[in-house]
Ligand binder design. Structure first.
Ligand SMILES: C[S@@+](CC[C@H](N)C(=O)[O-])C[C@H]1O[C@@H](n2cnc3c(N)ncnc32)[C@H](O)[C@@H]1O
Length: 240
């Protein structure tokens, strides 16, 4: 589910004219080349160390909290990110308020978001769909399961261990899943890395996100993504 070159091009196009001083929420390395200057912020030093290409004069990664950014009002001409809203879905109002604060008045934000469908698929529909017509990889299945259950939780926020529990119930025969999907057993076994995880990710609906975003931004809308499984559920949120 990493951003494709098309996603990177789309984000660059959406902030065109506002890319002098870009703030990135997170350290998605694929976007490190965006903007005349770029500052990436993440609160996990390990993520910065593992994922961020070296700092340069043009782009830097800093340790910090998106809900309390260490920057002056209006310091940035644009804000970008990939899945950042999913990682902070339980505090959307505060997140959007802080994004608006650090943006110039004329600034724009463009962030790819993984959104649950307004009418969620049931787990049975997800399971049946997979045995009939699988997506290309097991990460897409992980997302589909999380999106099917997200509506049950406050802020649409799912503890990832729940995804493993449902996966095991839906596909007790991993051999059959491997046969139907053509996936390697090692790819399927990646689900087991969720065991014991207390990591939480939010999969809000588009409407939920727009409701929160419009409390801070005059304009909020989605631009569609394309070219990969689940693209219809990974639009780019644009805020002005
Ligand atoms: C699933 S990871 C990846 C997110 C994004 N796709 C990226 O490449 O950076 C989620 C990241 O969001 C960061 N994060 C979540 N909430 C945050 C917050 N309030 N402030 C700063 N970083 C935050 C975590 O530290 C983690 O590195």
């Amino acid at each position: 589910m990493r951003p494709t070159p098309l996603d990177v091009e789309k984000i660059s196009r959406l902030i065109q004219g506002h890319d002098q001083n870009v703030l990135m929420l997170g350290v998605t390395p694929d976007y490190a080349g965006v903007g005349t200057r770029l500052t990436a912020v993440d609160r996990t030093p390990q993520m910065i160390n593992q994922h961020w290409p070296q700092d340069s004069e043009r782009c830097t990664a800093l340790y910090g909290d998106w809900l309390d950014l260490p920057f002056d009002d209006g310091a940035y001409s644009s804000v970008i990110g990939d899945g950042s809203i999913n990682s902070a879905a339980s505090g959307l109002t505060g997140l959007f308020r802080e994004m608006r604060r650090v943006l110039k008045g004329s600034g724009v934000a463009a962030i790819r978001v993984f959104c649950s469908p307004e009418k969620p698929q049931s787990l049975a529909e997800v399971a049946y769909g997979y045995l009939e017509q699988p997506d290309l990889n097991s990460t897409a299945l992980r997302f589909r399961i999380a999106m099917a259950i997200a509506h049950q939780f406050p802020g649409y926020t799912v503890r990832l261990e729940k995804v493993l529990e449902h996966f095991n119930e839906m596909f007790p025969d991993r051999g059959l899943l491997a046969e139907k999907t053509g996936w390697e057993q090692t790819d399927i076994a990646r689900f087991d890395s969720l065991k014991g995880s207390d990591f939480e990710v939010g999969f809000p609906t588009r409407e939920h996100i727009l409701t929160h975003a419009k409390r801070s931004f005059a304009s909020a809308y989605f631009v569609e993504s394309e070219g990969y499984p689940l693209a219809e559920l990974c639009p780019v949120l644009v805020l002005r």
